[in-house]
Design a protein around this ligand. Structure first.
Ligand code: FAD
Length: 329
């Protein structure tokens, strides 16, 4: 609990979490707030760069949570923003927010924090990249986590190019290539849809069933807005209504070549994508099962393995997503 307005507070990171932390600290009367940002501008994940770095957005990223539920309550997004703004619009919005609330004056750009040590009297010593140190009464860490890709491992040897979705920036490298995307989360579905626009063949491999939820549902409402409007409905009934609505709009996922999920709609992190199902039904993306192993540029799926009861794959992908390029399957 912050006990004095003279307390010295350190915030690490000027992404959307860091800037709103600083804004709220200033609003409760703290003045001695320092925000260290290793980059040269506000926005974190939303500062798109064609080079691999902190940001994981690609050139055509749009948010998957709608404008209504993604904006700060006391600083609405501009009225002319669409339901699902682009990464550029989001970046402008965050930078304007920081400027509006005087947050930018507290940020030290191009300053990396390399360590934070607890010291006497419950204080913190912060070491910066130039080896200088600073002391603070409080520390808030808002350094993000999507910048740190974790690569899965599969049995076998893959000789194509292997990328993590963090490295996916534009579709250009995938032109006329055969592409396998692994995963069923938001990044995987985006990668499959985007690469399928230019590739010679794109497949998506999912180890289980995922609900692929369109970005607009009944009444043309953004899905999260519809969900929010239904919060007054008792949970047991809401679940049933959501299932019916999903079935009316999307139908049986097996029709798309996908596995039927074994969980209920909101039991797992939702994958929002209006284009993947369309691409699957247009033959632009092919659905594939879990991967058992690779052989040079050949990918062997667990589905087939199960049939011949030969290879058992116990490797999972967690929530991490990769994009593979391969020549045969
Ligand atoms: C492709 C993609 C799409 C997404 N879409 C949505 C969406 O639609 N809706 C949604 O709610 N969320 C979405 N997310 C989640 C996203 O992570 C959040 O929207 C948001 O960017 C997290 O903000 P953050 O401030 O916590 O972290 P970040 O935006 O990652 O910011 C962290 C900041 O800390 C700085 N930093 C890190 N380490 C240090 C250090 N040692 N010293 C100094 N500075 C440091 C970084 O430079 C960066 O500026 C998406 C994520 C991805 C990858």
């Amino acid at each position: 609990m912050i006990h004095s307005t003279t307390a010295r507070v350190c915030v690490i990171g000027a992404g959307c979490s860091g800037i709103t932390a600083v804004k709220n600290l200033l609003q409760v009367g703290l003045t001695n707030v320092v925000c260290y940002e290793k980059g040269n501008q506000i926005g974190g994940n939303w500062v798109y760069s064609p080079q691999i770095g902190h940001s994981s957005v690609f050139s055509s990223t749009h948010i998957i949570s709608s404008k209504n539920l993604s904006q700060f309550a006391d600083y609405p997004m501009p009225a002319d923003y669409p339901d699902y703004p682009s990464h550029k619009q989001l970046l402008t919005y965050f930078q304007n927010y920081a400027h509006h609330f005087g947050v930018d004056k507290h940020i030290r750009f191009n300053t990396s924090v390399v360590s934070a040590q607890p010291i006497n009297n419950n204080r913190w010593q912060i070491r910066l990249a130039d080896n200088s140190t600073e002391e603070f009464d409080y520390l808030l860490v808002a350094s993000g986590h999507h910048w740190n890709p974790r690569m899965p491992h599969y049995p076998g040897n893959f000789e194509g190019q292997l990328l993590h979705s963090h490295e996916f920036k534009t579709t250009e490298p995938f032109k006329d290539q055969r592409v396998l995307v692994i995963g069923g989360g938001n990044s995987a579905c985006d990668c499959a849809v985007e690469t399928s626009r230019v590739s010679s063949f794109t497949a998506i491999s999912m180890r289980r069933g995922y609900y692929i939820v369109p970005k607009f549902m009944l009444g043309g409402l953004p899905t999260d807005v519809l969900n929010q409007r239904m919060l007054w409905v008792p949970e047991w009934l809401r679940g049933k209504l959501q299932k019916i609505a999903y079935h009316l709009i999307v139908g049986d996922l097996a029709q798309y070549g996908l596995q039927r999920p074994k969980h209920s709609l909101l039991e797992a992190h939702t994958t929002l994508n209006s284009e993947l199902l369309y691409m699957l039904r247009h033959g632009k993306v092919a659905a594939r099962r879990d991967i058992a192993r690779f052989e040079v540029k050949l990918c062997i799926y667990r589905w087939y393995c199960r049939t011949i009861r030969c290879y058992y794959c116990r490797y999972g992908l967690s929530n991490y997503v990769s994009v593979f390029r391969y020549l045969a399957y």
